[in-house]
Design a protein around this ligand. Sequence first.
Ligand code: UDP
Length: 326
Amino acid sequence: MKVLVAGGAGYIGSHVVLDLVKEGHEPVILDNLSKGHQEAVLHGTFVQGDIGRVDLVKEVLTKEKIEAIIHLAADSLVGESVANPAKYFRNNIGNGQSLLDAAVACGVKYFVFSSTAAVYGEPEKVPIPEEHPKNPTNPYGFSKLTFEGMLRFYEEAYGLRFISLRYFNAAGADPEGKIGEDHRPETHLIPIVLQTALGQRDHLQLFGTDYPTPDGTCVRDYIHVVDLSQAHLLALNALAAGKASSIYNLGNGQGYSNQEVIETARRVTGEEIKVTAGPRRPGDPAVLVASAEKIRAELGWHPRYPALEEIIETAWWWHQHHPNGY
Ligand code: UDP
């Protein structure tokens, strides 16, 4: 299938492109390179541009005869979204709508959307099932939840079928070592821990040690980026096989505290990794752990790398071999 991967030069998008090619699809990558890296795009046709440019997007969709869009072109930092909600609403909602409008105008059949656990807010119970109440505590989660609502109404009115994937915490790197995580600036826990192990940072700061969790630090559900990527392929195949639109969580169902992540990284790297305690980061829920039973049951998704140790090992290999990123 010819698939437009919006945001295909980013961390998760570049892994999706790799898997699309492995499974015989033909990806066209649209990325404005505001955060992605052209070097991360190992296959497919690359177009540099913004999803908000309706004319450009329409031209690409028509010329390339695109049947499906995987949409990962969004801003995704909780803290930044709290400080600058306007940026998140403009890009994740406004520009996202432009992409949707172009998709409808050009007769695209299927849409796979990268959503987030941040749509739930502070969970009332864990693991979190998809039907859990949605009360996002930050503009990032709100923007993604809004887009999910738009997808529902666009399907009703225009017939664009979709699958929305609510990612928990993506981590790790391509086990063959070709691509990995390179955010600038880096804000995510695992790469920051590994940069500290490499000596690129003197220490890392733990954002909050007084959460109502067993060791006082936040608990997250880490999912290997390759397992995440596989879910996009399953979603695409399911839509093509006639499956109804749906929303799925994507996590391993196992929570690890920030402190446990650091201890695991110490074991994997053999390095000390200095840590200081700092204040909470605004917008961070205490615990986010997925129930991914629905995607397992309905799409047959099975994680290949569920162990935190393995997730960190693949990330560590990438960071050791690409200490300065791409
Ligand atoms: N975190 C931290 N120090 C850092 C970066 C992150 O303590 O330098 C914490 C963060 O507050 C959260 C967890 O690590 O509790 C995971 O954060 P990350 O940004 O990796 O992912 P998020 O959960 O925001 O998607």
